[in-house]
Design a binder for this molecule. Structure first.
Ligand code: ATP
Length: 357
């Protein structure tokens, strides 16, 4: 019997509902399989805690994650209208990504069969991309400051940091993943025409690492024209690597192409497995629908599927992906974001039932 030990942080808004959905599905999978068990330890971190204790997570929060023997972390969306976004982000998610060295943010962007995306005439075969976003530095390194505050010569400086080792390892991870998951090509997304130092450095590293993978198709695209290409010719994109900021923006565009924010998962990966990796839906805490049992749980459940793939449970991860796809394709049970009337719990139950078939 394999025990998978997971930290869960339901966090804010619709977080508790979608994390519970992921846990239910994993438990159903364990029941069907018989050879695996999931153990969960929950942490009450997030904006609610901040409003009470003035901290998003305890001072030793990172230590709790690194010393708990966790195989992974399932995190809900973080953020609340009552707390500034930079406080919630820098109080929880960004320190975790940086200190657990989760420098790869892997985001599948797919139009699932049965979903009507916003692009007319596009089929699931056309929109099937993976983004490998640098996740620990770049534009979000937090290096900078404000000077002469409150005066008319106030100045703000924020630096973009690219480290050779991190950039190289991100790219190597992408090329290896492409090879092991039957994908064909990697597009390198930068803005090296106007950012001639850091982005050209990034391009150079892409070429160096890419030379070790001659069988993988490689091309380059400036970020602005990448946005156009994702809409106008999505079928020409297989996977892409991008910096923290560019990846952030392009994956939101990708989530929109997938038809709903409720269908976009992500994995924050420490490829060396020195620290636990973190799996989280791309969407925000969506307070407009929180507590109403209408949130689409698929982004969160799909993130748990990425966890299964990362911990080496390939067969279970394929089984779970097939169940998600079947439920979405059959259109019988769907949450309001997909045009249906079903609840979060009904959609979750449908996926569990599919697993049990
Ligand atoms: P953020 O937390 O990023 O500041 P947010 O809480 O508004 O943003 P977004 O992820 O930007 O959340 O989502 C925008 C809107 O999309 C939400 O207000 C909600 O109506 C809808 N939405 C997001 N996620 C889901 C989901 N899982 N299921 C259904 N609708 C969703």
């Amino acid at each position: 019997m394999r025990n998978i030990h997971l930290a869960t942080v339901p966090a804010d808004g619709i977080g508790p509902e979608v994390i519970e959905a992921s846990q239910r599905v994993l438990k159903a999978l364990a029941e069907v399989d018989g050879g695996i068990k999931f153990e969960f330890r929950e942490f009450d971190w997030g904006a609610q805690r901040y409003l009470r204790d003035k901290e998003m997570m305890p001072a030793d929060g990172i230590r709790q994650l690194t010393s708990g023997g966790f195989d992974g972390i399932l995190l809900g969306p973080v953020g609340s209208p009552k707390v500034p976004d930079h406080v919630t982000l820098w109080g929880l998610l960004l320190p975790i990504r940086q200190q657990l060295q989760q420098y790869v943010n892997l985001r599948p962007l797919r139009l699932l069969p049965g979903v009507d995306g916003p692009l007319k005439g596009r089929t699931p075969a056309d929109i099937d991309m993976i983004c490998f976003r640098e996740n620990s530095e770049g534009e979000y390194s937090g290096v900078g400051g404000r000077l002469h505050q409150g005066t008319d010569h106030e100045v703000a400086v924020q630096s973009i940091v690219f480290t050779r080792s991190v950039t190289e390892r991100l790219m190597r991870f992408a090329f290896e993943w492409v090879g092991s998951h039957g994908r064909k090509g990697v597009t390198n997304v930068t803005k090296s025409n106007s950012m001639q130092h850091n982005m050209v450095f990034w391009d150079d590293i892409f070429k160096e690492v890419g030379a070790d993978y001659p069988s993988v198709k490689q091309d380059h695209q400036l970020v602005d024209s990448m946005a156009v290409r994702m809409v106008a010719q999505p079928q020409t994109i297989d996977t892409f690597v991008a910096s923290n900021l560019f990846g952030d923006i392009l994956t939101d565009l990708g989530a929109a192409l997938a038809g709903s924010l409720g269908l976009a998962p992500s994995a924050n990966i420490n490829p060396e497995r020195k620290f636990p990796s973190l799996f989280q839906a791309i969407h925000g805490s969506a307070f407009d629908i929180a507590g109403k049992n209408v949130a689409n749980p698929i982004a969160s459940i799909w993130s748990a599927q990425l966890m299964l793939d990362f911990v080496g449970e390939k067969e279970l991860s394929t089984r779970l992906m097939n169940a998600i796809e079947t439920v979405v394709r059959e259109r019988e049970v769907r949450t309001p974001d997909l045009g249906g009337k079903n609840t979060t719990q009904e959609m979750t139950a449908a996926i569990c039932a599919e697993l049990q078939k």
